[in-house]
Write a protein that binds this ligand. Structure first.
Ligand code: SF4
Ligand code: SF4
Ligand code: FES
Length: 261
């Protein structure tokens, strides 16, 4: 990727920038840029940004967009690690920008810090840090991520024991951020592979005692693009910002396919 470096920030003396807050240090944020509407192609831009230990990377990106380059494009919504929209590759690792605290990044010895930020791998880049999530959501939809039941509508809630609820508790935590799927080497090489996030969400229903669609879903996961392509490399588990045991969930789905639920 071509390098086109822009160093801009308060230390460059720009009069219209706010004074950096007391206790902040200057950090270089190097961002992979791509705009399909210009002829620059994929390239890197670097920005000099004041950072406090209490900032999250998302604050730095918002500073860049607000004061240095309004064309920088990325998704974010909740800013609290719940919506899953600001997943990106930060220093080569998939993270949520709103969960990455600067105090965990700033060197203790005061050395200068450069943070590289790229779009998620394995999904088409639309602009800068925004990828097309449709292939990811297609796989999610394919596993039928909703409660499937037969018979008449119940007249009261569907009862479930605490132990039955605990059986799939871990996989209910998924926020569909795509950190796992876009860190999976099988997904990078074979885009038709469903990917770990789809398996996690299938697990959430397959092991729900109230659901009657497990056989349907297991049939789907037994497909050529299903769980058997997983190479158990654990990238997905390492990447999950919710701490979900993704590879364990995949292993449980494989076991369910072999031995029935
Ligand atoms: S464990 Fe399986 S799904 Fe997870 S990253 Fe590795 S190959 Fe992909
Ligand atoms: S399993 Fe974890 S990494 Fe994967 S989509 Fe869900 S929350 Fe994100
Ligand atoms: S902005 Fe919602 S998870 Fe980061």
């Amino acid at each position: 990727m071509a390098t086109s470096t822009i160093i801009a920030g308060p230390e460059a003396g720009a009069a219209d920038l706010p004074t950096p807050p007391e206790g902040s240090v200057m950090v270089t944020v190097k961002i992979a840029r791509f705009n399909p509407e210009d002829d620059k192609g994929a390239h890197w831009d670097s920005f000099s940004v004041p950072a406090l230990p209490s900032d999250r990377l998302l604050n730095l990106l918002l500073y860049i967009k607000g004061y240095l380059d309004g064309s920088l494009t990325f998704r974010r919504s909740c800013a609290h690690g719940v919506c899953g929209s600001d997943a990106m590759r930060i220093n080569g690792v998939n993270r949520l920008a709103c969960k990455l605290l600067m105090k965990d990044m700033l060197p203790k010895d005061g050395k200068p810090l450069t943070i590289t930020v790229e779009a998620l791998k394995g999904l088409p880049v639309q602009k800068d840090l925004v990828v097309d999530m449709e292939p990811f959501f297609d796989a999610f939809r394919a596993i039928k991520p909703y409660l499937m039941t037969s018979g008449n509508e119940p007249t009261r809630e569907r009862i479930q024991s605490a132990a039955d609820r605990a059986r799939f508790d871990d996989t209910t935590k998924c926020i569909l951020c795509a950190c796992c799927t876009s860190s999976c080497p099988v997904y990078w090489n074979e885009g038709s592979y469903f990917g770990p996030a789809a398996f996690v969400n299938a697990h959430r229903f397959i092991f729900d005692s109230r659901d009657e669609g497990a056989a349907d879903r297991l049939d789907i996961l037994n497909d050529v693009d299903g769980v058997w392509r997983c190479r158990t490399t654990f990238n997905c588990t390492d990447a999950c910002p919710r701490g979900i045991q993704v590879t364990k969930a995949i292993a449980e789905v494989k076991r369910a396919l072999l031995f029935a639920r």
